[in-house]
Design a protein around this ligand. Sequence first.
Ligand code: B1M
Length: 238
Amino acid sequence: MSDAESNEIDGEEEIDLKALNDEDLAAQMHDDLYDGLADEIAEGTQILLDRGWGAEKVLNDALVEGMRIVGIDFRDGILFVPEVLLSANAMKAGMELLRPLLAETGVEPIGKVVIGTVKGDIHDIGKNLVAMMLEGAGFEVVDIGINSDVDSFLEAIAQHKPDILGMSALLTTTMPYMKVVIDTLSEKGMRDDFIILVGGAPLNEEFGEAIGADAYCRDAAVAAETASHLVSARRAAA
Ligand code: B1M
């Protein structure tokens, strides 16, 4: 790295993000996410946008990829909860800048979604991204947050009368709770009142089918596509 790109301040290396080319900047953002540097992530995100990167490219290549690396070291016991919380906070600083771009839509809502992370689970980055992309696809989104139990879902459904119910789970221990919600809806005779979409890193298509969801969505883009497709299909069939 040249002197123009880095300075030594109080023994800490200060990097001029603007002086980096796109590839080095994305790599630097992976490091900054790892180190939980929210200001640097916001700055890097803005620089990439200013250079003409699309919001989805910034999201996937700079932020999600950085979080993937964090996840590996978290799994391997190299990073711990407090450090990963800082990474999550930094990721959110970048996502805040992307939010208006991902959620940009000038049209009337094409449907309503109630979404939440299920009981026992406090991971919300993926859910928040899904909510943003659904908004971008033209849905009105009611986000009921993390650690949501059956009653919270039922309350939100009664209040908002959504077309779609979305559930997120990031832990193998919390994903079975999605079935608890779906079974409760079935018992109450409400299961077919809306489309149910599920997602989260430990899930797969078979799991989605086994618990009686309408679809498993691998990522936020697939969630937005699937939501639009299933809502149109349901309206056409009505
Ligand atoms: Co946690 N954590 N965590 N964690 N954490 C994972 C999930 C883990 C895989 C890490 C690892 O071991 N490699 C592991 C789970 C293992 C397992 O069960 N299979 C794990 C663990 C074990 C834990 C704790 C138990 C650790 C501990 O305390 N010992 C603990 C549990 C807390 C709890 O929930 N009760 C815990 C805590 C935390 C933090 C609080 C520190 C923090 C969360 C902060 C926050 O979310 N605000 C955290 C984080 C950040 C992670 C990792 C590193 C990153 C998750 C993330 O944000 N990914 C994660 C490792 C990993 O996944 N690589 C890990 C980025 C995000 C964009 O992707 O969430 O997958 P993702 O969302 C995607 C798709 O999955 C999909 O679309 C999204 C966008 O494309 N999607 C949906 C998600 N939800 C959807 C819903 C839909 C559709 C699609 O509905 C329609």
